[in-house]
Every structure is written in structure tokens, then in C-alpha cells.
Write a protein that binds this ligand. Structure first.
Ligand code: ZN
Ligand code: ZN
Length: 216
């Protein structure tokens, strides 16, 4: 989906009716009624409200068919000539416009995930916490990859992971459990505990927190 849409984003097409540039839209998952059979993940459409096709369409359809609708000029990828597409309102299709900025961001995020994933194999040997933290803190990353990262927490044995993980809100309950178990194990291995009051990491045998003074 992402790649197909990206391909289209670089294309520039113009409306023959108003000369404005067509917007690139993603195909709605369900389309009722016109038998077009989309066969494409994206298409181009003139969303200019001042477009003559759109402006005059209301009257035309009212007269022809007796209902309230108009036309937008639409072009399918690979075609040189578009077709009028019936729309029931001014806002139809406006929510489907592919936003190139967000696609770019998604793309960059995906590249960072891949990069972090590639580093997982060597991160323990290199004592590199970074890829593990990256995957765990990226809610958009693949669940399997994040679970793999969580499994490495104990082996990595780096207490610096605790703060960022504790400050992150995980949406995946399974992952929270894995992370919590990892941190627990990590603290145990290092003879540490978290102060229940100030959350600083202190010696497991301490009777008083050196940070907040809480006594145990
Ligand atoms: Zn137009
Ligand atoms: Zn404390």
C-alpha cells in the first residue's frame, strides 16, 4: 500500500475543467454502486470546489436524475483520460487524500525499525542498548520485533533501560508483562530495587532510600 501510493505521489495530473492539480487519494476499502472495480490503490481526483464540472454538476444531475449530487473529475493511474465521478457532497473523497508528509514519516519510521532490527543480533555482544530501546518504545513497530527486543533486556544487563521503559505507556499488555519481568530480573541480577516512593534505583539491601529518604 505504502509503496504503491508513494509511486503515485510523484505524478502530477491536472483537471481539464479547471486546470487545478488533481489530488492523489487512496481507494476506499468498500465502494458501492458504480461498478468501476477500482483495481488500484490510489487515484487522482479534482477536489477544487470552484471546478466548473463540480459547480455545474449539481444542476445537471438534479435535472437528469432528480437527486442531489454532482461530479468530480477523476483519473485512474495509467490512464490519460479521466471520468466524471458522482459525489453526494462537497466533502466526499476529501478524507482520502494521501498526505505525502505523513507517508514520508511512516517511511522513515519503518526504515529505523529495520535498522534497529538488524542490530538486535549483535547488540548483546556490543553492549548496545539502543536498538532494543528503540523497538520497545516505538508503538508502531512490529509486535514480534518488540517482543524479541524485550527478551534481550536481561542479557543486555543495562540498568539504563529502566527509566525510559518505566516512562513509556505500552498499549500491548503482553509486552508490558515481558518488560516488567525483564526489569525485575535485571534488578535482581544487579542486587538492586526500585524505591516505591521516588522510583530511583537503589541497593536491594538498603533500608533507607538515598534519594528521598523513604525507610523500608
Ligand atoms: Zn477541476
Ligand atoms: Zn526513594
Amino acid at each position: 500500500m505504502l509503496n504503491t501510493c508513494k509511486k503515485y505521489l510523484d505524478e502530477k495530473h491536472f483537471c481539464p475543467h479547471c486546470k487545478e492539480q488533481l489530488s492523489c487519494c487512496s481507494t476506499p476499502p468498500i465502494h458501492v454502486g458504480d461498478g468501476l472495480g477500482w483495481g488500484t490503490e490510489a487515484y487522482f481526483i479534482c477536489l477544487n470546489d470552484e471546478c466548473s464540472l463540480f459547480k455545474n454538476g449539481w444542476e445537471h444531475i438534479e435535472m437528469q436524475f432528480g437527486h442531489r449530487a454532482s461530479y468530480r473529475y477523476m483519473l485512474l493511474p495509467g490512464n490519460t483520460e479521466g471520468t466524471p465521478m458522482m459525489v453526494g457532497s462537497k466533502d466526499a473523497f476529501k478524507g482520502c487524500v494521501i498526505d505525502s508528509e505523513s507517508i514520508k514519516l511512516q517511511d522513515e519510521r519503518y526504515a529505523r525499525e529495520k535498522e534497529a532490527l538488524a542490530k538486535l543480533d549483535t547488540c548483546v555482544a556490543e553492549k548496545n542498548l539502543e536498538p532494543v530501546l528503540y523497538l520497545l518504545l516505538d508503538e508502531a513497530a512490529d509486535r514480534k520485533n518488540r517482543e524479541r527486543a524485550a527478551d534481550l533486556l536481561v542479557e543486555l544487563n543495562d540498568l539504563l533501560c529502566i527509566d525510559p521503559l518505566r516512562n513509556h505507556t505500552f498499549r500491548d499488555d503482553n509486552l508490558v508483562q515481558k518488560v516488567n519481568l525483564g526489569i525485575k530480573q535485571l534488578l535482581k541480577t544487579n542486587f538492586k530495587k526500585e524505591c516505591p516512593d521516588c522510583a530511583e534505583i537503589i541497593k536491594a539491601q538498603a533500608h533507607k532510600c538515598q534519594h528521598c529518604g523513604k525507610e523500608f
